[in-house]
Design a protein around this ligand. Structure first.
Ligand SMILES: *[C@@H]1O[C@H](CO)[C@@H](O)[C@H](O)[C@H]1NC(C)=O
Length: 577
């Protein structure tokens, strides 16, 4: 068996080398002989192959342990502080405590989770300062080892869910590759195992929701989604798709003409009871202690700016960029004079005054909270309405035809809408798009869009880590090559349509362009310390990242939306094969 396993691991690498010679030439349907030689005919007999994620777990755990000592962000101290809060204080003060600025701002299940983890802190780690309630954590190696290990251990949940997904599927080669791409996701490596968070476990729960949808276990689906929301409320962005899918699949009976019988009340109450029960377990104690107002104000702080410290690659990044360009262009006397004859543009004096009053000098203002100089300012209301509009648009087809594919498509588009138009979006939220999207890669026509969002999305996470860290770039590159080729091999052409030639080429050029982009910003960072003039452009690197990746995210969104709304045949299937 070990021989089979080792061959299985090597195969994609070898094929990736061959594929990279001419990666753009795949529009012809893949030749069946090549396909079988890579993925099935080498098998002694069908069914003896072990589609196990266990090897991957062992291999990546070694890598993750080797990465223990790399950079971790302030999120590490955030989670350490939460361990301390939940361990040292009674439940009723968890959401009131404010010694450190890293207050507890995740929903209750996550707080219980931190409490549970804190029960396992060994005495040595306690001595190290892991459970101290202080303004700024004073911790050493022991705490790092402990907390990093908890991330690896809780991530096993993701592996278990995806292994179940493989075990229950018909086409195991395909689902094995989908599952492998998820557990090996560079996003998880960068955000969880270096930057520090617990996304592996949380996305495990999301995959659980998807798995339940796949096998029509709708009550379990409601249960797991409610659990997920009580762990991290960012998943609320996916709620429209889940809500509409459950409504249509379980509650509404469209064959009925009678308005009363149109709703299956019994199912509605069952679903409602499940969700309410989960929320009661999560929030009940805090309602009992009467600390709900504090809890809610922690979960939904409305005082933040439009963009996060570093712009997430979305519409607002491009919007800010256009504003910056306009400021520069309109300060040229000639252009300003010319344009002011045609349309209304602010005069140079007005622009200068605005820049001064916004404290928006140099390029620094680029990534701080943005006050737009030329373009109109954006309010939370605008963000909300735009997100809502695209959410509604994407769930309408689910209402008409609630297939599994439609549901996953809507889920992905919901994530896109919130990421592109949302208020104060974190760049990490891009994983919310990539995870559901991966389950759609059974169809070749979606592959281009997926590779763009995966490339742009994962690359946009690079600035979370220091620029000297090249593991992130190397790992992402290898992941990208392996999975582009693997997906290309196993996904199928269901529809007769040829793929659009131009889109293929542009997608390829765009993704290849990520490499020089990353390299250029890397050089910029290196030379910054040498040449003072470059320090003036401190944030230009980040801006290049957000704008270049933003173009990719928006492009892939267009591509997916187009196929979602105009290619019905892609979405009618109820299975993942
Ligand atoms: C998947 O199947 C394998 C072998 O058939 C079995 O050993 C394993 O326990 C199963 N895993 C899950 C999570 O169902």
């Amino acid at each position: 068996m070990s021989e089979v396993r080792s061959r299985k691991k090597k195969t994609p690498v070898r094929s990736s080398l061959e594929g990279s010679i001419d990666p753009g030439s795949e529009p012809k349907s893949p030749s069946p002989s090549v396909k079988s030689s890579w993925f099935s005919s080498k098998e002694p007999t069908k069914g003896t192959r072990n589609f196990s994620l266990w090897n991957i777990w062992v291999a990546t755990t070694i890598l993750k342990v080797l990465l223990f000592d790399t950079y971790h962000s302030t999120d590490f101290d955030v989670h350490r502080n939460w361990l301390a809060i939940t361990n040292r204080l009674p439940l009723k003060s968890w959401y009131i405590e404010a010694t450190s600025q890293w207050t507890l701002d995740y929903p209750p299940f996550f707080a219980y989770f931190e409490w549970a983890l804190s029960q396992f802190v060994p005495p040595r780690v306690v001595e190290d300062g892991c459970l101290d309630l202080v303004e700024k954590g004073q911790y050493g190696w022991a705490t790092v080892v402990f907390q990093r290990s908890t991330v690896i251990i809780t991530e096993i949940f993701l592996f278990a869910v995806l292994q179940t997904y493989i075990n229950l599927s018909e086409n195991k080669t395909l689902t094995f590759i989908i599952a492998g791409s998820l557990v090996l996701s560079p996003g998880l490596l960068i955000v969880d195992h270096m930057h520090f968070q617990y996304n592996g476990m949380l996305f495990g729960i999301l995959c659980c929701v998807i798995l339940c949808a796949r096998h029509k276990k709708h009550y379990w689906m409601a249960f797991w989604f409610a659990v997920l929301l009580c762990f991290k409320h960012i998943f609320l962005y996916l709620a429209p798709a889940v809500f509409v899918y459950l409504l249509r699949a379980e509650v509404l009976d469209v064959t009925q003409k009678n308005i009363i019988k149109f709703v299956k009340w019994q199912n509605l109450f069952k679903l409602g009871a499940i969700v309410i029960a989960v929320f009661a377990v999560a929030f009940g104690p805090f309602i009992y202690y009467d600390v709900m107002p504090q809890l809610l104000s922690r979960l939904f702080p409305f005082s933040r700016g439009l963009t996060h410290a570093y712009w997430a690659p979305n519409i607002w990044a491009l919007y800010s960029f256009v504003d910056k360009i306009l400021v520069i262009v309109l300060q040229w006397p000639y252009i300003n004079g010319l344009l002011s004859r045609l349309i209304h543009v602010p005069s140079r004096e007005v622009i200068a005054a605005k820049i001064a009053s916004a404290g928006n000098t140099g390029t620094k203002g680029l990534v701080q909270d943005v006050a737009f100089i030329i373009l109109p300012n954006i309010t939370p209301r605008v963000c909300f309405l735009l997100t809502l509009f695209y959410d509604v648009l994407s769930v309408l087809p689910v209402l008409l035809n609630p297939t599994f594919k439609r549901f996953i498509g809507a889920l992905t588009l919901n994530a896109y809408a919130s990421f592109l138009f949302g208020w104060h979006v974190h760049e990490k939220a891009v994983m919310l798009i990539i995870f559901p999207f991966t389950f759609l890669i059974t169809e070749k026509r979606l592959l281009n869009c997926f590779m763009i969002i995966a490339g742009a999305g994962y690359v946009s996470l690079f600035p979370l880590l220091p620029s000297q860290n090249i593991v992130k770039a190397l790992y992402t590159f290898i992941w990208f090559v392996i999975y582009t080729v693997s997906f290309n091999e196993v996904s199928s052409h269901k529809t007769k349509h040829e793929r659009v030639f131009m889109f293929d080429r542009v997608a390829l050029i765009y993704t290849l362009g990520l490499i020089p982009m990353v390299y250029f910003v890397f050089l910029l960072d290196i030379f910054k310390s040498k040449y003072v003039i470059l320090q003036k452009f401190e944030f230009v690197g980040l801006m290049i990242y957000s704008v270049y990746c933003g173009v990719g995210v928006i492009g892939s969104w267009f591509g997916l939306s187009w196929l979602y709304f105009f290619e019905d045949s892609l979405w009618d299937s109820d299975t993942d094969e």
